[in-house]
Structures are given as structure tokens and as C-alpha cells.
Design a protein around this ligand. Structure first.
Ligand code: NDP
Ligand code: 8X3
Length: 252
């Protein structure tokens, strides 16, 4: 039987590239996200790889939907080998005194609570089989706080901490837990952060050979295909022109 991966937020960016990478390599793939038309389009794209694809249309912030979808997985999809907790976003970039509390709720509900709801639903299936691998997509923003990053940085610090706790809690169940902590990657991330302002979003990456979604998919695939006795716990990946959240060199 083929291996199975479930990816949250597969309708764009890292999640979409990860779905393609694993399907290319013979994995059966569960793709999830809120935008149904994007899921339908990805099913078509993945069909050329002759693997099984299951699109699941739900919002990770809705615990009852998450639980229902995972608890009613068809039998042939229950043996999940890999979970990629990728769905997430930044919304807004203001000083804390000017921040939009709706943006804060969206980030906390998605990046922290959504990740927890999905993990709570999926991990018992892995525990029952005494195997599995969970990836949490953190960020360099979770390693250092930066000006105007406040709530986004806090949610990614939470992912950093939760990854370490999850690794300990799931250790005796033979489940690997890996945090991938990327720096600047050109996806729809900044467009979402700046509420659809394309000029502001593209300015973020001007003069930088930013990471691509494919770079992150390759890193996840590398970690997922190491020998059974090897677990990468934490992987920080930045463009060559970026050292961390504070230091980068842009070409003029
Ligand atoms: P994109 O905006 O390109 O993709 C985000 C994905 O998350 C989409 O598929 C979106 O799907 C999904 N998503 C967002 N909210 C929800 C929700 N409530 N329920 C279900 N799915 C949701 O961004 P990236 O690919 O860049 O981001 C992926 C992850 O990587 C995020 O956690 C982000 O914080 C992190 N990251 C990104 C970096 C970057 O520079 N790009 C760097 C470091 C970390 P849909 O809208 O269809 O639901
Ligand atoms: C995204 C990376 O540096 O824009 O998580 O916060 S950064």
C-alpha cells in the first residue's frame, strides 16, 4: 500500500508545492484548504502522477469541522504517514498600539489553534499505528521578534514551542516531529499579509532571490525520507541573501 500524506493549506504556496512533490514521488495525497476551486484545480494537476488524491474542503479554525472530517476519513485513507501543518498566515504589519484585533484573531485562530485542532484529530491515528511524521511550518519570525511582527511572531513562537512539546509527547509512540522554519519565500504570503496590496507585497522580495515554495517542499521531502532512525527536529531555511529577520543584503 502507498504512503499517505495530509497537507493543510494545499491550495497555494508551500502546501501546494508539497502536494506536487510527494505525488510526483508516489505518495497518495490528502489536500485541504478553504478555496474549493483551487482544490479542484490541484486534483486535476496531480492526476498525472497516477496516485490517489483526496480533496477535503475545510477551515482549520473550525474544530468541529476538523474533527468530523478526520473522524470520517474513508478506511483506505486512515493510515496517515505524514501530516504537514502548513495552513497559516500573517495579517497586517502595524505597531501593537495600531494593530487590528480581527487580524490578531485570524492569526492566532489559524496558526496556533488550527494547528492544534488538526494535530489533535490526526495524531491518535498515528499513535494507534506506532508510527508517523508531523511537520509544523514555523518561521524565522518564531525565532526572533521584529518590529510590527508582534502577533505573527508570537504565533510562530508558539509553533516553535509546540513542536518541541509534541516531539516529547509523541516520542514513545515512534512519531517524528519536525519544525520547518523558513525565512523570506515568495508565495501569496505577503499579498495576504497586506490585504491584497500587490505593490506592497512584491516590494518585500525586490532585490532578493527569495526562497520558492518548491524549496520548502524539497526540504520537507528530504526530512520525510531519511532513514527511520533519523529525525530532524528543527530546520531553519533562509535565502542566501538573508541571515535572519534582521539582516539581509538586497541587490539594487
Ligand atoms: P500562502 O498564502 O501562499 O498559502 C497559505 C495556505 O494556507 C493556503 O493554501 C490557504 O488556503 C491556507 N490557509 C490559510 N488560512 C486557512 C484556514 N483558516 N483554513 C485552512 N487553510 C488555510 O502562504 P505560504 O505558502 O507562504 O504559507 C504557508 C505557511 O508557511 C504559513 O503557515 C506561513 O506562516 C508559513 N511561512 C511562510 C513564509 C513565507 O515567507 N512565505 C516564511 C515562513 C513561514 P485557503 O485560503 O484556500 O484556505
Ligand atoms: C514569514 C517570514 O520574516 O516575513 O514567516 O516573518 S517573515
Amino acid at each position: 500500500m502507498g504512503k499517505i500524506i495530509i497537507i493543510t493549506g494545499a491550495t497555494a504556496g508551500f502546501g501546494r508545492a508539497t502536494a506536487i512533490k510527494f505525488a510526483q514521488n508516489g505518495y497518495d495525497v490528502i489536500i485541504t484548504g478553504r478555496r474549493k476551486e483551487r482544490l479542484d484545480e490541484l486534483v486535476k494537476e496531480l492526476s498525472k502522477f497516477k496516485v490517489k488524491i483526496l480533496p477535503l474542503n475545510f477551515d482549520v479554525r473550525k474544530n468541529s469541522d476538523v474533527t468530523k472530517v478526520i473522524n470520517t476519513l474513508p478506511d483506505e485513507w486512515k493510515n496517515l504517514d505524514i501530516l504537514v501543518n502548513n495552513a497559516g498566515l500573517a495579517a497586517g504589519m502595524e505597531h501593537v498600539n495600531d494593530g487590528n484585533t480581527d487580524d490578531w484573531d485570524r492569526m492566532i485562530d489559524t496558526n496556533v489553534k488550527g494547528l492544534l485542532y488538526v494535530t489533535r484529530a490526526v495524531s491518535p491515528l498515528m499513535v494507534a499505528r506506532n508510527k508517523g511524521h508531523i511537520f509544523n511550518i514555523g518561521s524565522i519570525a518564531g525565532k526572533f521578534a521584529y518590529e510590527n511582527g508582534n502577533v505573527y511572531c508570537a504565533t510562530k513562537s508558539a509553533v516553535d514551542s509546540l513542536t518541541r512539546s509534541m516531539r516529547i509527547d509523541l516520542l514513545k509512540h515512534n512519531i517524528k516531529v519536525t519544525q520547518i522554519a523558513p525565512g523570506m519565500a515568495e508565495t501569496e504570503f505577503s499579498l495576504v499579509r497586506f490585504h491584497g496590496d500587490e505593490a506592497r507585497a512584491s516590494a518585500v522580495y525586490k532585490g532578493i532571490d527569495a526562497l520558492t515554495a518548491g524549496d520548502i517542499a524539497d526540504a520537507i521531502y528530504y526530512c520525510a525520507t531519511l532513514p527511520a532512525h533519523v529525525c530532524i527536529n528543527d530546520l531553519v531555511i533562509t535565502p542566501t541573501q538573508q541571515a535572519d529577520v534582521f539582516y539581509n543584503v538586497k541587490k539594487s
